[in-house]
Ligand binder design. Sequence first.
Ligand SMILES: Cc1cc2nc3c(=O)[nH]c(=O)nc-3n(C[C@H](O)[C@H](O)[C@H](O)COP(=O)(O)O)c2cc1C
Length: 357
Amino acid sequence: MFDFEPVARAKLPPWHWAWLSTGGDGSETMQANREGFERYQIRARRLVDVSKVDTSVRLFNQSWETPIFLSPVGGHRTYNPDGELATARAAKSKRHLQVLSTVTTTSVEDVNAARGEPVWFQLYQRDEWGQTRQLIKRVESAGCPALVFTVDLLGGRNMEQFNRVSQRNRQQCGACHLNGQPLTDLRNRPMLNALSVSATPQPEIGTPTWDYVKRLKDATGMKLLVKGIVTREDAELAIQNGVDGVYISNHGGRAENSLRPTVQCISEVAAGVAGRAPILVDGGIRRGTDVYKALALGATAVGVGRPYMWGLASFGQPGVEAVLDILRREFQLIMRQSGVTSVRGIGATQIVDRQRS
Ligand SMILES: Cc1cc2nc3c(=O)[nH]c(=O)nc-3n(C[C@H](O)[C@H](O)[C@H](O)COP(=O)(O)O)c2cc1C
């Protein structure tokens, strides 16, 4: 999996690479997300019949062959001309859950068609409620079963590595800067460029709070998840406010530079959720053993962001497929090697926390 990173880097214009690879401030939290996995060791059991291993999980009422899913990443055409379509085809052929970003460069309808079934949709709220509602209605009409509200950038962020490169590099590429417009131009964002301004606009006052979450819940029949939760307190509030799923994330270390890896947030969030909702997690997951550790700590499903973008940038759809294959293979391998035959069997007794032992 790591071998895709330098290939992607070599293929992408420096500005695009900088956007993909940057973290917040000096990228220390992004690094911490990786290093966090080193704190946990695996307790392998022997002499268990592991000839058959079941990696499936249930999320709401759907069964998935694997707990590994594709986290929402904006603008896939930045990395490959086929963009989200290539990703959706890979997710389809490998049967993975895909979460589509609000700032996708392909419409939800086209992505759903390529995926062969509706994807989950990630929401960035709009400044005006009427527009947010339009967006929700559109994805609901497209059949998306779940809405993932991202809450970890509400205070803003500082992308230093990216800013440094982007100041030097003003290169435009035909594939993703549609009509010569920069990526940030909303005309290149099919989920946003069609939103109409309502006759009686209702601009938001302040940034979203839990009241906003309740408003979202009332506005849709889709399952509602909140992405960016990292504490027990917020996990409890999420459940109290009717959220259906809690998604632990620090935006791949692209939000605040907390130095706190997401893997170390799982136990406390799981304590707050107390079995009342599925827990998703992402951040720094690069190996099957990382997936395993996250599940052992209490996650239900585990997402990857940059890795499948490396695959996409390197080789398009087959690149995404190869990345997913590697992760799945490694995950099955560690299940077998540690004597576990189903995901349910991956629990607290399967790992050791080095800081506690
Ligand atoms: C280039 C890039 C774009 C992203 N775009 C979004 C986005 O549009 N919405 C969102 O909720 N998260 C976004 N994320 C965060 C991912 O969903 C995910 O939390 C993160 O990539 C996981 O960490 P990893 O990259 O170490 O696997 C983005 C991440 C990257 C690297």
